[in-house]
Design a protein around this ligand. Structure first.
Ligand SMILES: *Cc1c(COP(=O)(O)O)cnc(C)c1O
Length: 353
């Protein structure tokens, strides 16, 4: 087994998704488990399927394609590119959309494949990423879509706390319900799905989530057991299903601050230093190409991450009682961004247990 590697514990993922399913309880809310945080590794995604989620959801077709053998509905989260509609209708049963030109292209692609493709229309309630911002634009899009034979409008959705950082509140989600009622009234149709957001909506399950919200698309909550409005751990979850293991390639005593004139580092930034005197410095063979320094944490709490370059991680080991040597393995826990990078990096071995 080579290093660096990431060890993924399926029993912890199972614990987390089950805790979220318990939190949802007997409410009428379908769960789309989001797999993009771990690049849709099928062994991990299968844990969600076995736990009884309703959809697997991802933002990339390459990922949905990896999941094609799992018997469950697939949802495409990111607005499709017109250039990928044929692949999209093949690997996704339902997608989130906000552009009529794309929806028309999806209609043609579904016709070619002899299928009906389902869509959820996204509404922008202030986070300023995707979705219809104006009610009249939404209504006129619905009118055009109703003429498309191979597209079925399943419902409306919203995404918050992604670009604008807007935290979901009942009064914001009620606007989604108003729009749903309006669409149903004006066109005399029934919308089945009202998709109330991502892991930042989870905290409302214990508060005043409007009853009519009947779908959530959750990644961070079901993977790492964390809601993302206030970064709280969800009861009964484990934050560390992923552990990075990296090998030590150098251990030496060095000063904490360079002694010569300082220019730019490998990433063009002006470096800053804390002068702690001469310290034991540990180099590991993993770098910014594979990890995010802000969201990676040594399991040995006495180690301090000082920085890194593309292929090196630099650690201060002076405060640890352990006598680390070249060839030893250091373990790290992580938050979402490091998980995403680690799973994306082809240089890190993936070990699912
Ligand atoms: C990534 C994504 C999600 C899941 O986000 P989490 O915060 O991980 O729950 C939900 N919906 C959309 C549209 C996404 O892009």
């Amino acid at each position: 087994m080579g290093y660096p590697r990431v060890v993924i514990e399926k029993n912890k993922i199972k614990q987390n998704v089950n805790a979220v399913l318990n939190l949802i309880g007997d409410r009428d809310i379908s769960l789309a488990a989001v797999t993009k945080g771990f690049c849709a590794n099928p062994q991990v995604a299968e844990v969600f399927v076995d736990a009884g989620v309703d959809y697997l959801a991802d933002s990339r077709i390459e990922n949905l394609r990896k999941l094609k053998d799992l018997k469950i509905k697939k949802m495409m989260l990111r607005l499709p590119m017109i250039s990928e509609v044929d692949e999209l209708v093949k690997y996704a049963d339902i997608s989130l959309n906000s552009e009529i030109e794309t929806i028309k292209a999806l209609n043609k692609a579904s016709e070619r494949l002899g299928r009906v493709h389902e869509i959820i229309l996204m509404v922008d309630l202030g986070d300023l990423r995707e979705g219809y911002y104006k009610e009249e634009d939404l209504l006129s899009a619905v009118k055009e879509i109703l003429d498309l034979a191979f597209i079925k409008i399943k419902g409306l959705g919203v995404n918050l706390t992604c670009y604008g950082g807007v935290i979901p509140k009942a009064h914001i989600l009620n606007r989604l319900l108003d729009l749903k009622n309006k669409v149903e009234e004006v066109y005399n149709i029934k919308l089945d799905i009202i998709s109330g957001g991502n892991s930042s909506t989870v905290y409302l399950l214990n508060k005043d989530l409007p009853n009519e919200i009947n779908n959530l698309r959750l990644g961070e909550a079901v993977i790492l057991g964390r809601e993302s409005a206030y970064q709280q751990n969800i009861e009964g979850t484990d934050q560390n299903p992923f552990t990075l293991e990296a090998e030590i390639i150098e251990v030496k005593e060095k000063p904490s601050v360079p002694t010569e004139e300082i220019g730019r580092d490998a990433f063009g930034q002006k470096p800053t230093f804390v002068d702690r005197g001469v310290r034991k410095r540990i180099l590991c063979a993993v770098g910014k190409q594979d990890i995010d320094l802000e969201t990676l944490f040594p399991v040995d709490k006495d180690l301090i991450i000082l920085g890194g370059s593309s292929d090196h991680l630099i650690i201060d080991g002076s405060d640890s009682p352990k006598d680390y040597k070249v060839g030893d393995i250091l373990a790290f826990h992580m938050e979402y961004v490091s998980m995403l990078r680690i799973m994306t990096s082809e240089y890190i071995e993936k070990h699912v247990i």
